[in-house]
Design a protein around this ligand. Sequence first.
Ligand SMILES: Nc1ncnc2c1ncn2[C@@H]1O[C@H](COP(=O)(O)OP(=O)(O)OP(=O)(O)O)[C@@H](O)[C@H]1O
Ligand SMILES: [Mg+2]
Length: 286
Amino acid sequence: MPRAEPRIEPAVPVQVIAVTGGKGGTGKTSVAVNLATALAQMGRKTMLLDGDLGLANVDVLLGLTPRYTLEHVLRGERTIEEVILETSAGVRVVPASSGVARMACLSPSEQNGIVQAFSTLPGPLHVLIIDTAAGIAEPVLQFCQAAQQVLLLLRDEPTSLTDTYALIKLLSRDRGVRQFRVVTNLSRRVEEGQIAFRRLQRVTDRYLEVVLDHVGDIPEDPSLQKSVQAQRPVLEAFPASPAAKAFKSLARAAVQWPFPSGPSGRIEFFMERMLARPAPRLMVLK
Ligand SMILES: Nc1ncnc2c1ncn2[C@@H]1O[C@H](COP(=O)(O)OP(=O)(O)OP(=O)(O)O)[C@@H](O)[C@H]1O
Ligand SMILES: [Mg+2]
């Protein structure tokens, strides 16, 4: 029997959003999961890459039990399609955590393998959301420098502000990231998010050449905690809750963000950018 021709989809530019924030526990995974769900509900073909090694992983929040992870793809034991899981909202999830630690030190052939794997994904893809770990480890910086959008989770407390500032400083100084989109989370009053954002912006305006945009504010909401317990996105478990409404409004904003055009927006080019080694910083001796 003749073999079926592989399906060739026109290469669609992908909006790659890295969700990060410096400090632990600010809501990165919750935002990654619920933003992905909201975008999928709006008809966007969305993929979620779990880029965190921590415990509160994407698969746990979604009640998924992955058999394989990106590590198996890196080892050449599984194809990317065998690794991907799909949520009830239609979000495709790449459980990556165990492979991510090695992302920063892949051999050239492993790099090619991973770029190939992503470039042959079946079906169109509009948005790729990456849930990153807290902190400033190399994989976090690599995801952010390669993504089109860096989404920073901020809460109104001194450690979140200083850690977020440190991350912005590093990304702008060493990795050429100039624009940051900020989501304030765990706000107890309407103004709290605005206040936290302005505090951060005051310092970045003074010391760094960056542009910050306040793109969303998620209230502190017990429904979100309950949905974590139920291992479901709050958008599905409590669609009318204040947090769910905030995620929907964030998703409506996200679809307006400028979209990459041309080949640089294609998924394989994102993977190549991500795997590229950062250029060593030149020391200027005076
Ligand atoms: N808006 C909110 N209202 C109530 N609880 C929240 C909210 N945002 C996050 N949480 C709770 O805070 C905890 C940490 O959230 P999450 O796992 O999303 O943070 P994270 O930044 O991904 O953490 P880590 O740095 O460990 O990866 C979760 O238990 C979650 O339920
Ligand atoms: Mg997390």
